[in-house]
Design a protein. Structure first.
Length: 255
């Protein structure tokens, strides 16, 4: 089954924001309701949404949008037309509700489909982003929805790269966030599909910690990747670095 949301959604299933503290996450210009989604608002998605290279982009695809957070962040940062695809029906409904309640609903289209099945209505995209499931071989969560959100059984690296090869403009950019080990595996696999890493943001939780996440930028052009570094906290819990505050201050309420 294939569903689309293009700015209007009839539903009586909205949850009052005050019902549960974990039911919603309020940002400066929009609110994310997340009671229907297995994967809640997390730092990975915020980092990708804030870092993605949106200037000048006209058409953006968000693969596996979940709550719709990244699509909404990119809409706030750009004037682009955005398509957000999500294979899980409950998450699709949630993302559609969140988009409908935002000021950018006319520019964001949410579709309930697998990447492998997605056929765009118009031209290719000049930016594709994804915060994909990333556990390749690990013990699975007994909750099926959360396990599906975290493991890459239904969206492998190969699936992403094949889909991007089909949907990305010849001069377009793919950006995604992955754990350190999975990110390096993805860099190697991407070359088999003639995508090359041009930009890396290396993220550590504190200055003394090892690098935990990579935001990777790929294009069809070869070259040495530009490396950047980001530390989230100074050392104490919730004592954030100036770089992290600068990157996310347009979104988080407390910055």
């Amino acid at each position: 089954m294939y569903y689309k949301f293009t700015g209007q959604l009839a539903t009586n299933n909205q949850q009052p924001a005050a019902k549960m503290a974990n039911n919603y996450f309020r940002f400066k210009q929009f609110t994310i309701h997340q009671d229907k989604c297995a994967f809640k608002v997390g730092t990975d998605a915020v980092l990708l949404g804030a870092w993605a290279d949106v200037p000048g982009k006209k058409r953006i695809l968000d693969i596996g949008t979940g709550t719709g957070l990244i699509a909404l962040m990119l809409a706030q940062r750009s004037n682009a037309e955005i398509v957000a695809i999500e294979p899980d029906y409950d998450s699709f409904i949630q993302a559609a509700e969140n988009v409908r309640q935002s000021k950018w609903s006319s520019r964001i289209k949410v579709e309930n489909t697998l990447l492998q099945d997605y056929i765009p209505d118009n031209s290719r995209f000049d930016l594709i982003v994804t915060n994909p499931p990333y556990f390749i071989d690990s013990f699975k969560n007994p909750d099926p929805a959360e396990s599906k959100a975290r493991h890459n059984d239904s969206l492998t690296h190969s699936d992403i790269l094949k889909g991007v090869g089909r949907l990305l403009d010849k001069d377009g950019l793919l950006q995604l966030i992955l754990p350190y080990d999975e990110g390096n595996i993805f860099i190697a696999e991407a070359q088999e599909y003639r995508f090359y890493c041009n930009n890396i943001l290396k993220i550590r939780p504190t200055q003394s910690a090892v690098i935990r996440r990579l935001i990777l930028g790929f294009s069809r052009k070869t070259g040495m990747p530009a490396e950047h570094f980001l530390t989230i906290e100074k050392g104490k819990r919730h004592e954030f670095t100036d770089d992290y505050i600068s990157l996310t201050k347009d979104f988080y309420l407390y910055f």
